[in-house]
Ligand binder design. Sequence first.
Ligand code: UFG
Length: 326
Amino acid sequence: MKVLVTGGAGYIGSVTVRRLLEHGHDVEIFDDFSTGHRSAVPAGLPLHDSSLLDPESLAIVLARRFDAVVHFAAFSLVGESVANPLKYWGNNVAGSVNLVGAALEAGVPRFVFSSSAAVYGEPDVETIDEDARLAPVNPYGRTKLAIEWALADAARQTGMCATALRYFNACGADGALGEDHAPETHLIPRILLSRIDPNFEFQIFGDDYPTPDGTCIRDYIHVRDLAEAHVKAIEAVDRPGLTPINLGTATGRSVREIIDVASRVVGEDFAPVVRGRRSGDPARLVASNAKAEAVLGWRPVASDLETILGDAWRWHQEHPRGYDDR
Ligand code: UFG
């Protein structure tokens, strides 16, 4: 298939580009490099350096006739979305509406959207399935849900086959491709960076949650597994309308468990300071992945914590300043 990947220079986007190429698909990338990295783009791949907020350039690119669009391009920091919500509504929602419109106009039959567990908010259930209540608690989650709704309406009306992949906690690295956000707010890179950059301090945000060790529980999913699910989504989903699918392991891990595995992988003990809770952090978020298995035939194979932490640690050691292109 000929596939356009928006945000193909970003963390999950770049790993997905690599997997699509390995599976024999023809890939073109659309990225404005506001957060993506040029060195994450394979040499020789058609690259459209442009913005989703520019409908004219979207129309020109989509006229190149794609069989599928995989849409990652978005800002993705929860805290930033609280501080600057219109940045998220403007870029992520308006940009996605432009992209969906251009894809429909060009007759693209398949669309895969990078959604998030953030659409669920703070559900009071052990494992979250796709029918759980959608009640996002921050602008990031609300904008992801708004895009899902726009896509669902458009797909229902036109017969487009669309998939919303709701990621839980993306992590790990894939060879030379790794996680490099600015600022970095995520748990695993923060733990590892505290061993690489002496000025970088890592703290636990709260150990008084109603969980066995008092720290928050999340569902950590290797970026390679996420990428594989996107390939399966463009190949497998042929149902008109929007199909939402969770991507997680169905296993919860606490912050302290992650720190223990990180200590083993790095070969040094961590003794982080415990701070107060970070606002908006639910105690537990764990995915049911039954639908991903049923619809996509997908199961995580790289998401044991040793592999995740080992791959991430290798990447940070090889890239102590990240991609170093800012
Ligand atoms: N944490 C710390 N110290 C840190 C960073 C994080 O203790 O320095 C804790 C957090 O409080 C949380 C856990 O580690 O309990 C995981 O935090 P992350 O920031 O790595 O991830 P989140 O679960 O907050 O966010 C993830 C995705 C978001 C998505 C959200 C959905 O990164 O994009 O899940 O709920 F919106």
